[in-house]
Write a protein of this length. Structure first.
Length: 196
């Protein structure tokens, strides 16, 4: 075994100050550089995000919840919060949120800044076979086509599970009832009429 000489504590601090001065601008006084670097090294990642170092991941979770209309873990909402280990560049513009595919099983959250990032958030789907919409329940009826999505409140005239086709009636106003149409259940309280 080879014995290595152990440097005294004071020598280690002097070596660290020397390295710090080499790395940083010499115009900054040495007595400020070491405490500043030590504070940055010990700063929690959450504090860095608040200072503008990283995108706020809780804000991404909130955007997904607003988009889906469901909280994290609920049927129709995000399966889990966005992974807190992600270190995304802060976004200078409002986030863009959309469905990744017509199946509506994943939400895409994208920063529209040039050369920026996008995150895919899986959505918890209701279990097949379990009644997701009951007869007489209030539902959101969405008409979905290539590049558009229009929705309005309605009423389920039949019950069913996710993926089932049921009759629904859109509510025009209190005095005038509309004709029934067939729509597919996407998640509890939400049905869809796809257009070719």
């Amino acid at each position: 075994m080879i014995a290595r000489p152990v440097k005294p504590y004071g020598t280690l601090i002097a070596d660290l100050e020397t390295m710090t001065n080499t790395i940083t601008d010499r115009a900054m006084p040495r007595r400020l550089t070491l405490p500043l670097m030590a504070a940055l090294a010990l700063m929690p990642v959450g504090a860095m995000a608040q200072m503008g170092g990283f995108a706020d991941l809780a804000a991404i979770d909130n955007e997904v919840a607003q988009f889906t209309g469901r909280s994290i873990g609920q049927s129709g909402g995000a399966q889990l919060p966005v992974d807190r280990r992600l270190r995304l560049r802060p976004c200078g513009a409002p986030l863009m949120v959309s469905w990744r595919s017509p199946r509506r099983d994943t939400v895409t959250v994208e920063c529209p800044d040039a050369g920026s990032w996008h995150v895919f958030v899986p959505v918890r789907l209701a279990e097949t076979g379990v009644v997701a919409v009951g007869r007489g329940e209030a539902v959101t009826v969405a008409v979905v086509g290539d590049g558009f999505d229009v929705s309005q409140p309605g009423e389920a005239l039949e019950g069913g599970a996710v993926g089932d086709w049921i009759r629904v009636r859109a509510q025009k106003d209190a005095s005038n009832r509309s004709d029934s149409i067939r729509a597919r259940i996407i998640r509890p309280g939400y049905v869809e009429v796809p257009l070719p």
